[in-house]
Design a protein around this ligand. Sequence first.
Ligand code: NAD
Ligand code: DAU
Length: 332
Amino acid sequence: MTRLLVTGGAGFIGSNFVHHVIDHTDHDVTVLDKLTYAGNRASLDGIPADRLSFVHGDITDVAVVDELVAQADAVVHYAAESHNDNSLHDPKPFLDTNIVGTYTLLEAARRHGTRYHHISTDEVYGDLELDDPARFTESTPYNPSSPYSSTKAGSDLLVRAWVRSFGVQATISNCSNNYGPYQHVEKFIPRQITNVVRGIRPKLYGAGENVRDWIHADDHSSAVLTILERGAIGETYLIGADGERNNKQVVEQILELMGQPRDAYDHVTDRAGHDLRYAIDSSKLRAELGWQPRYSDFDAGLAATIEWYRANEAWWTPAKDATEAFYASKGQ
Ligand code: NAD
Ligand code: DAU
């Protein structure tokens, strides 16, 4: 049996990963999470106490990190400031958590010789033109656009340097846009679903032509577990499920699935520097490690996600008003 240290395990993708590990393996999990506005302890409800240990702490805290990494067989690092719009408003927490936090974890992994997997994003590659047939691969040059994505790119480069300079046993994955349960209402899909539940019209940035490559969070989890178990040290793997859609298509699909007219949404102020299109080529992960996504039907996954938000209003209600007040102050 193995003990995994999962940072950011009370966040969206981290909590999905913890549920996945508990359901599909016999590993035990320690979660280290600061419980920022984006963390929610309730996202881990239902996990047996003898399989999960929860530590409320900061990944920039050297003493806490050192002790937990020393006790772990592997670290899976999800904790981050994750929202582009927030990074345009106040970049500082992104530097602290995404850069200094990753550095703190890498130094602990180095001291203790601990296996380390780094969770990152396709946004490190910048964006593609709408009519460009290309997709991102592991050899696409880094070209991040926002304060968020530049700090994620910086953290990836730290990992590469710690592998080469100090022999840290690390792998990296860069995944496309996730959807599914436990996602904060600031993000695109949950924001629109919860708006419709509350009788508010969905909000589309600009013309809505920007394309994102959607993957269900549970498929991201199975890919990370695969890389942790069989990935080659020092390698980067791109994770994606061929889910390209533009934002207008997604809003219209949400409205239709929720019984509303497909045009019952508003165009609002666009995001500064808004990336046009992300698209992932995940051939390396599929060919070398044999991974396949299970949620190949986006519409079915979206319908299940809508049902989850309808059934779990108590989970998202506490964050909804403050989130909408922030957007309203930006004309979004
Ligand atoms: P999230 O914002 O939902 O959760 C982040 C979690 O990290 C929260 O629980 C928060 O409390 C915790 N955290 C933040 N700062 C911390 C600190 N200093 N110390 C300890 N804990 C801290 O984020 P998410 O969407 O679940 O993203 C998780 C990871 O996956 C991030 O690294 C992100 O870059 C990456 N990623 C996200 C997506 C996506 O579509 N959301 C896609 C690809 C990669
Ligand atoms: O690509 C992976 C990235 O996906 C992750 O690294 C980030 O952590 C994650 O937040 C996500 O970034 P995006 O900026 O793509 O996600 P977001 O949900 O904020 O927005 C998705 C798209 O929807 C984007 O084009 C902006 C648009 N949008 C967003 C909101 C909140 C709207 O049109 N209206 C909205 O209300």
